[in-house]
Structure formats: structure tokens, C-alpha cells
Design a protein around this ligand. Structure first.
Ligand SMILES: [Zn+2]
Length: 262
């Protein structure tokens, strides 16, 4: 029987936005959002969930993201580059066999250029939509990242279908559409414990607890259904739902350091 050996929540850049940006009806309190990527060491190879910001933005996010970096107060130290962190853990970027993309917003696609050899997994329609988004949402997609994505061989997950990546129940891609057309989460199971990484279907825990979406959700009806799915999962005694941009979740789940499983 195969399974997960270890998993890490890699050191994450941050961006800051008002609560009203991440929660419909929210206030003006600042939310310092981590922009994480997760590395999973499975018996059958390394899996990366999300790719954070672009390596060339490390040390100087404004050089790559321009006024956006300043508006969102982006913080991205050099040592947080994905390739450096993967090498520091004793692997090579070529060892990453599977890249799972929660969705194609720029804070999740920046490091895709490191993994042209990988098998990619994205929700149905996600990368197609990223090429031609609604005008008011176009700023969330970065052309250079999509060009890097084009080097990867992608598998598309149909909406409503959850995919058991290795057939052993340890790594399951969760369909969570609505924030974007093909939003995904990742479920990790080890020793009877289940950790669900939300991707951006939720940005803060209150999206789930209040079943309240995010103002920039592309389809707010489907987004609420995805929040209901996360709420049901979170109610299970064996499941922890980690909302990836939630600063409090980051504090809680990273309290023991970078390694989160194993
Ligand atoms: Zn995001």
C-alpha cells in the first residue's frame, strides 16, 4: 500500500487586503494573506499544490507585479522562491512529477516555469478561462505564467468529480468551482487524519462558517455550493479544513514549522 511520507507548507510570501476583498459584506480590517505552496512527498513521487509568486519577483515584487504589488503590500523574500525551498528539502524541481493548480490567479501560478516536465492537474475550463477572463477580472491572470503553463501537460478535472490521484486515498483533488470556473482543493489523508487544503474556494474561515462568498467569485451560486462542501467536510471528526489565505489558519497549522505531515 502506498501513501504520503511527508508534506510541507513552504514559506509563503504575503499580500494584504481589506476584509471586504475576501468576504462579501466584510469590513476594512486588513487581512495579511499568506500565499502558500504545498509540497507532498508520496511513495510514487512529489506533488506540488500551487506555485505562489513568480521567482523573478523575489526580493522586488513591484518589478514584476507593478502597482498591484504596492496596492497589496506584497512581501516576498528571496529565500521563499519555490526552487530554493524544494532544493533545501533535498529534492530537485525535476522531482516534482505532479503539479496541482488550485486555480490560475497570479498568486498561484508564479512558479509554474520551474515544472515544464510535470503532469499538471487543473479544473475543467480553468486555463481556457484564464486566457480570456471577464474584463474586470483580467488583472488576476499573468500572461507570462500562462505561457509557462503551456509547457506543462495538463489533465482537466470535470466539475463535480473528485480525483484520487494515486488510487490509495491519500491525495485527492477536490472539485470546488465558483471562485473561478475550475477551482480545486487538495485533500491529504495520512494515518486516519484528513487535511483539506481549500485553495481559494474560501479566502478566510468566515467564508465557510457564514457560507458567504468572495466579491470576485466568477460564479457566486456555484461558489456557495463549494463553500457548503467545505463546511460538510469540516464538520467531519477526522477532517481539518485549512483555508490557505487565512492568516489565523497559517499561524495554527504552521505552529510546528514547515513540515505539516510525516
Ligand atoms: Zn489566491
Amino acid at each position: 500500500m502506498t501513501g504520503i511520507r511527508r508534506a510541507w507548507a513552504l514559506d509563503a510570501p504575503t499580500m494584504t487586503a481589506d476584509e471586504s476583498f475576501v468576504l462579501t459584506g466584510g469590513g476594512s480590517a486588513p487581512v495579511v494573506m499568506p500565499l502558500p505552496a504545498f509540497l507532498v512527498e508520496h511513495d510514487l513521487g512529489l506533488v506540488l499544490f500551487d506555485a505562489g509568486l513568480a521567482p523573478e519577483a523575489a526580493g522586488d515584487p513591484s518589478a514584476v507585479y507593478g502597482p498591484l504589488a504596492e496596492a497589496f503590500q506584497a512581501v516576498f523574500p528571496e529565500e521563499f522562491r519555490l526552487d530554493r525551498q524544494i532544493e533545501d528539502l533535498g529534492f530537485r524541481t525535476e522531482d516534482v512529477r505532479h503539479v496541482v493548480l488550485s486555480h490560475a490567479h497570479f498568486d498561484h501560478t508564479g512558479g509554474l516555469s520551474h515544472f515544464p516536465h510535470a503532469q499538471g492537474f487543473a479544473g475543467a475550463g480553468e486555463l481556457r478561462y484564464a486566457q480570456q477572463p471577464a474584463t474586470h477580472l483580467a488583472g488576476f491572470f499573468r500572461k507570462q505564467d500562462l505561457e509557462a503553463a503551456a509547457q506543462i501537460s495538463w489533465n482537466e478535472l470535470p466539475a463535480g468529480y473528485d480525483h484520487d490521484l494515486f488510487g490509495d486515498g491519500s491525495v485527492t483533488l477536490l472539485s470546488l468551482p465558483g471562485h473561478t470556473p475550475g477551482s480545486l482543493g487538495l485533500q491529504l489523508r495520512q494515518d486516519g487524519r484528513t487535511l483539506v487544503l481549500s485553495g481559494d474556494a474560501a479566502h478566510v474561515q468566515r467564508n465557510i462558517s457564514q457560507t458567504t462568498g468572495i466579491p470576485v467569485d466568477v460564479d457566486s451560486v456555484r461558489a456557495l455550493d463549494s463553500l457548503r462542501k467545505l463546511k460538510l467536510l469540516a464538520a467531519r471528526p477526522d477532517v481539518t479544513v485549512w483555508v490557505n489565505h487565512d492568516p489565523d489558519d497559517w499561524q495554527t497549522h504552521r505552529a510546528g514549522g514547515k513540515q505539516i505531515l510525516g
